[in-house]
Ligand binder design. Structure first.
Ligand SMILES: Cc1ncc(COP(=O)(O)O)c(C=O)c1O
Length: 393
């Protein structure tokens, strides 16, 4: 089969749908049935949802009973980020939310805490959460008699930088707090496991692992219950999230989770090798390029880079015309290029910030895609150097 003349390298925005997910969704669409109904069609729909719950749990490393299906990673985060929780049967109010400065906008803007009760945890120049700052702030809060929820993502969607979630969880638990973790980008791309992370609340999303858009999950562990639901009404999802489940979407999530788990380290290694080659050749073509977070642990599929003098808007159009689909670092939802709050928090200059381009590989990426990207990149750099009046090396 000849390859289409396009290379989709934007898997952190949304991955290609895995064939297994498509098949499971079509079967569920054809079968119909509401999982709340007692008849055979309803029981079959319930069976598909519970099978998917088992698969998502197997990939995420948690008990299936702790999973609440949602409409995506955004809803999972918003559901988690409430001051009202029930812990081991006791109703508690959390006084303060500490989130890293590099969280996804749905965490920064969607948290259901009063704004004067939210503080940002700084990150280092490499984009790693400042654990010393967190430790000190937790100690001050404990002295003041406050209980804290902290939110530390597992991996960043722009840079791919992986955060020390376990260390953050241990710190938070010493102070009797709750740790929320947005693992939307880490699930399946690393060996991320809810159990190993130590996090109490973990958000997941289907479309970043080859499942459908509009489906996600919140894992609620640590003896916790969310005492302030977002969607109220029916008793679906054990009372945590009202509304008829997205049966076909959930079935697709389950199938994508199974395929991701089975592809495992072999797939991650293959993607990492392609990404590493891309970075080596990118730096050979343009030694002046900056790769953000390049000195610390990152997702194996992600490269966020900038070239001095190159603007992301222009570059993205040029790549698109060459058949390469990329994003700027921050344009997750809008298609517009605005300055990245992630790079700003890392202290990157405004000039480099506005030129940041993200390449993110996935399960369907092949060597030909990397070669197409490199060809387009070399052409773009030559044009840039001509424009800047320099000879391209
Ligand atoms: C880190 C992170 N969290 C949350 C989300 C939101 O997930 P969803 O698109 O499923 O709402 C995204 C999407 O890009 C993300 O990258």
């Amino acid at each position: 089969m000849s390859r289409p003349p396009r290379s989709y390298l934007d898997h952190n925005a949304t991955s290609d749908l895995r064939p297994e997910a498509r098949e499971a969704m079509l079967a569920a669409l054809d079968a119909g049935g509401n999982a709340s109904s007692v008849h055979a069609e309803g029981r079959a729909a319930r069976g598909r949802i519970e099978a998917a719950r088992e698969e998502v749990a197997a990939l995420a490393g948690c008990a299936a009973s702790r999973i609440v299906f949602t409409s995506g990673g955004t809803e999972a985060n918003v559901l988690a980020l409430t001051p009202f929780v029930e812990r081991c049967g006791e109703r508690q109010v959390l006084d303060r939310l500490l989130t890293t400065a590099v969280e996804h906008p749905c965490v920064l803007e969607g948290a259901r805490f009063p704004s004067d009760r939210i503080e940002r945890i700084p990150v280092t120049a490499d984009g790693v959460v400042d654990l010393a700052w967190l430790g000190q702030r937790l100690a001050t809060a404990t002295t003041a008699g406050e209980r804290v929820m902290a939110s530390v993502q597992a991996a960043n969607n722009e840079t791919g930088v992986v955060q020390p979630v376990r260390a953050a969880a241990d710190l938070v638990h010493v102070h009797d707090g709750v740790l929320h973790c947005d693992a939307v980008q880490a699930l399946g791309k690393t060996g991320f496991s809810v159990a190993a992370s130590g996090a109490d609340l973990v958000a997941l999303s289907a479309h970043k692992i080859g499942g459908p858009q509009g489906v996600g999950a919140l894992v609620v562990s640590g003896g916790l219950h969310i005492a302030d639901r977002v969607l109220r009404g029916g008793g679906q999802e054990r009372g945590a999230r009202a509304g008829t489940e997205n049966g076909p979407g959930v079935a697709g999530f389950g199938a994508a989770a199974k395929a991701t788990r089975e592809a495992g380290e072999a797939e991650r290694g293959r993607i990492r090798a392609l990404r590493d080659r891309l970075e080596i050749e990118l730096l050979t073509i343009a030694p002046e390029a900056v790769i953000f977070g390049g000195a610390v642990e990152r997702l194996p599929n992600t490269t966020l880079f900038a070239l001095p003098g190159l603007r992301a808007e222009t570059a993205l159009i040029a790549f698109d015309l060459e058949g390469v689909a990329l994003s700027s670092g921050s344009a997750c939802s809008s298609g517009k290029v605005k300055r990245s709050h992630v790079l700003e928090a890392m202290g990157v200059s405004p000039d480099l910030c506005s030129g940041a381009i993200r390449v993110s590989l996935g399960w369907s990426t092949e060597e030909a895609d990397v070669i197409r990207f490199l060809g387009a990149f070399e052409k773009l750099r030559k044009t840039l150097h001509k424009r800047l009046g320099r000879a391209a090396a």
